[in-house]
Design a protein around this ligand. Structure first.
Ligand SMILES: Cc1cc2nc3c(=O)[nH]c(=O)nc-3n(C[C@H](O)[C@H](O)[C@H](O)COP(=O)(O)OP(=O)(O)OC[C@H]3O[C@@H](n4cnc5c(N)ncnc54)[C@H](O)[C@@H]3O)c2cc1C
Length: 489
């Protein structure tokens, strides 16, 4: 299914052709759905890393990393469905099924299995349709061709032409939480990207390790360190010290947000808190209240002014993230056990300084509201701040070139690039008729476009726009698709 090395220029193809840049979850699903919808379409799926079909989330993971969405919510419209595919792998699901009392739909399974599923679907599709319809091209897209030619320039010098291009470049490497000229940046004991394949081995399994960030990346990193045999203390630092909370099944809570409650972040939080208290008083987990908000999040976000969105990001986001992006129960149990046993310490405060010292890094931490410092002597300082999204300063060649040419416009809040219904907006604010985007980089327009269910709805929408069928010439709006996701985990 791959194109061999060597110069490759595809002259304007007879059938319609679409280039998808990025073969993570978003790009892979888009390619598969486009092929299924139009039997004449030619799709070129371009991937710059060695991970085709898996992306970061389902490629750079170890066996202890679980999906934080149960199987029943991960059906993305492929055949066979995930549940059907997993049913043939019951021996790999022992603990997950034990935890969910035998219910596959409610089971939290390893992330790597979801990656296997996607990669296999792509392989099967490629051999079914052949290279005249699907080409998987392993190279980095470094820029788009100069107009009027619509296409992509690859790092190896090849040029691809197409009628439409979809950016599905996903999660960008994290930004270092260090001053620009800090010498620690070049210290091998500083791990700038915990997902990077070249991460060096732990030199001393009993030494202290400091993590910057206390969200899902921190949880992933703690699990990986423990599974790799690290025994020493782990300290994790963030401004508020909030960690992701856990999923809980049971109960139901109806959509409850009145129009007034969504006018501002403060009003929204008041309303959510009141509903959570009412739910818990009736024995219903607060998680159902958050789930009831989820189908409306993009509508609420788009209804807010820029100032309100900024206020949400500054004051509410850490709390929203901790309650919304939750942990599978047995991951939450491991985290709690590590906290109780003193193996893991969460600091609410900040890393106020750090320096290289004797093969490790000394980290000065100040707890929130206190004046004194504590110096931690760490064998590793690991950046767990999560994927970066500030496209205005992102140095990756593709985005630097798109920015320079005014083809993309980073949003002012540093969340991604401006889009309108998936069409990329240029510097002039106009949505493109041939350049589209999917997944996390479209966050400015949708806010919640991180997890599989939302991205799958977005992919379906864009596919319907690019290949309209008679039945859906009046394709449903994207907001409608999100509402149709319904409440639930
Ligand atoms: C660690 C982690 C765990 C997650 N766990 C869950 C979960 O359990 N459940 C859930 O619902 N969601 C989860 N998510 C969220 C979500 O599923 C992912 O963010 C989603 O997979 C995004 O997919 P993507 O294809 O847009 O991005 P990515 O997975 O980042 O894939 C983008 C791909 O594009 C490639 N690429 C980038 N630039 C170029 C270029 N210039 N040329 C060629 N290729 C390029 C990259 O190499 C990469 O393979 C998780 C996210 C992360 C980061």
């Amino acid at each position: 299914m791959e194109i061999g090395a060597g110069p490759y220029l595809n002259e304007a193809p007879a059938a319609r052709s679409i280039i998808v840049i990025g073969a993570g979850f978003s790009g892979t699903l888009a390619a598969l759905k486009l092929l299924a919808r139009d039997a004449t379409l030619h799709v070129q799926l371009v991937e710059g890393s060695g991970r085709v079909g898996r992306g970061l989330a389902y490629g750079a993971c170890s066996p202890g990393h679980l999906l934080n969405v149960p199987v029943g919510r991960l059906e993305v419209g492929l055949t066979p469905g995930l549940g059907q595919w997993l049913a043939g792998r019951h021996d790999e699901l022992g603990v997950a099924l034990e935890e969910s009392a035998g219910s596959l739909a409610d089971a939290f399974v390893p992330r790597a299995l979801f990656g296997d599923y996607l990669e296999e679907r792509l392989r099967v599709a490629a051999s079914a349709v052949g290279p005249s319809r699907l080409e998987v091209i392993r190279s980095e897209a470094v820029s788009l061709l100069e107009l009027p030619r619509q296409g992509v320039l690859l790092r190896d010098g090849r040029e691809l032409l197409a009628d439409a291009i979809i950016l599905a470049t996903g999660n960008m490497p994290p930004k270092a939480p260090l001053p620009p000229r800090s010498p620690v940046r070049d210290d091998p004991a500083f791990i700038a990207d915990p997902w990077s394949p070249g991460t060096p081995d732990d030199p001393d399994r009993d030494a202290c390790i400091v993590l910057v960030g206390t969200g899902l990346t921190m949880v992933d990193t703690v699990l990986r360190l423990r599974d790799d045999g690290h025994r020493g203390p782990i300290h994790a630092v963030s401004r508020r010290g909030l960690t992701p909370l856990e999923h809980r099944f049971g109960g139901a809570w109806p959509p409850f947000l009145e129009l007034d409650a969504t006018r501002s972040p403060l009003a929204l939080m008041r309303s959510v808190r009141a509903a959570a208290a009412a739910a818990m008083a009736r024995g219903i987990p607060w998680q159902r209240v958050i789930d009831a908000v989820r189908p409306s999040t993009s509508r609420i976000w788009t209804g807010w002014s820029r100032a309100e969105r900024r206020r949400f990001l500054r004051h509410v986001r850490p709390y929203w993230d901790a309650h919304r992006h939750r942990l599978a129960p047995r991951i939450a149990d491991r985290l709690q056990a590590a906290l109780r046993g003193g193996d893991l310490t969460i600091w609410s405060g900040g890393m106020v300084g750090c320096r290289s010292q004797g093969g490790g890094i000394e980290v000065d931490v100040r707890a929130r509201g206190q004046s004194g410092l504590r110096t931690l002597r760490a064998s590793r300082l690991i950046n767990c701040t999560g994927p970066r999204s500030d496209f205005a300063s992102l140095g990756m060649p593709l985005f630097a070139s798109l920015r320079r040419r005014g083809l993309v416009h980073p949003d002012e809040l540093g969340l991604g690039i401006e889009t309108s219904d998936c069409a990329v907006c240029g510097r002039d604010g106009c949505p493109s008729t041939w350049l589209f985007a999917l997944g996390p980089l479209t966050r400015p327009a949708w806010w919640e476009i991180t997890a599989v269910p939302e991205i799958a709805a977005q992919v379906d929408h864009l596919v319907a726009v690019l290949v309209p069928a008679e039945a859906d010439r009046d394709h449903p709006s994207l907001a409608r698709s999100f509402v149709d996701l319904g409440a639930g985990i």
